[in-house]
Design a protein around this ligand. Structure first.
Ligand code: DAH
Length: 344
């Protein structure tokens, strides 16, 4: 066959072969076979040397036209394949499927509970204040009637920073700071983080407390009981009962621990015939410590001798667990979205 005919035939052959090709990969293989460096067109052009020099320009021109024609055929096919692929994709696409909603942030349940609990006290006239988490030994212990050798210091597993500075083990030091900052009468509520060297299933090295302090003339334990009853019923419901159990804290005298009737078993001690695991069948659960401010504390802040006051301190996570029937303390610290989302 004459070289010009061979070139023409290459276009026809390419067209024929293309009709069987439906995939991008096969198309690329064909392009390499026809137009590649070691391809069919190159092979034909290799025969140019055998030709009469006078004929070469014509053949060269033809070769360029063939190259262009084959390229056009291949590129047209490539577009067809892409268009078909897109159509197939669209056919599989279901526009009625729901979209992916972006994750919306929210307040942490601990924050929500702190806001709610403090809100109850603020509605009764308490002022919300805060204090430092890195605290001096003096405010955390000494001024709260726990001098250096006091055995009560042993009850607290303290994280010391220096021999005299520490991470506060309770929010009670803010009682001292508040009284030093303003004269009586005084009613403050103090939410905040506290730290203890404790870590197991029911203790975390950091947790939250809310401290309360009310000082004025003629303040009695009856005011304390009334305030806490109002608080407990606002948070746990109007049918919740409250009881005071005698206890000891160095900064209050007398001191008490407060129990509320168990929300799980309704104070009966058993749930559908099973012993209640929340109150361990007693019908009561402890929620806070409280008492009348010890005169030694008033002395430390130079308050007049004729004032009296009450104070209390509660664990936020503990109240949140009782309120929302959460049985694992770690939930508050693991930041599992499935848990957090329930408090949006
Ligand atoms: N500070 C105590 C604690 O962390 C709790 C407490 C008890 C605070 C009695 C008080 C109180 O203000 O009166 O265990």
């Amino acid at each position: 066959m004459d070289i010009l005919e061979t070139l023409d035939e290459l276009v026809d052959e390419t067209r024929r072969r293309l009709s069987d090709i439906a995939e991008e990969q096969a198309l690329e293989a064909l392009r390499i076979d026809v137009l590649g460096r070691k391809g069919r067109l190159s092979a034909i052009m290799g025969r140019l040397a055998e030709l009469d020099p006078a004929e070469r320009p014509k053949v060269g021109e033809k070769a360029n036209a063939v190259k262009q024609a084959c390229t056009d055929l291949i590129e047209t096919r490539r577009k067809d394949i892409a268009a078909r692929k897109e159509e197939e994709g669209l056919a599989r696409f279901d526009p009625t499927l729901p979209g992916r909603a972006p994750w919306q942030g929210s307040l942490h349940p601990t924050t929500c509970v702190i806001d709610q609990l403090c809100g109850v006290f603020v509605s009764m006239g308490f002022k919300a204040v805060s204090g430092p988490e890195v605290e001096h030994d003096y405010y955390n212990f000494e001024a709260l009637n726990m001098p250096a050798a006091h055995p009560a210091r042993d009850m607290q597993d303290t994280l010391y920073i220096t021999p005299t500075t520490l991470l506060r083990t309770h929010t009670s030091p803010v009682q001292i700071r508040s009284m030093l900052a303003s004269p009586p009468p005084l009613a403050v509520i103090v939410p905040g983080k506290v730290y203890r060297r404790d870590s197991d299933l029911t203790h975390t090295p950091m947790f939250h407390q809310i401290e309360g302090l009310l000082v004025g003339e003629g303040v009695t334990m009856a005011h304390l009981r009334g305030t806490l009853t109002t608080f407990v019923q606002a948070v746990f419901g109007a049918d919740t009962r409250i009881r005071f159990r005698p206890s000891f804290f160095p900064f209050t005298e007398p001191s008490a621990e407060v129990d509320i009737s168990c929300k799980l078993c309704g104070g009966t001690g058993n749930c559908d015939g099973e012993p209640c695991r929340v109150c361990k069948t007693t019908g009561w659960v402890e929620i806070l410590g409280c008492g009348m401010v010890d005169p030694a504390v008033f002395e430390a802040v130079d308050y007049p001798a004729d004032v009296t006051g009450f104070a209390f301190g509660l664990g936020v996570e503990r109240v949140a667990m009782l309120k929302y029937a959460i049985n694992d303390l770690r939930m508050f610290f693991e930041n599992d979205k499935r848990f957090l989302e329930q408090f949006l």
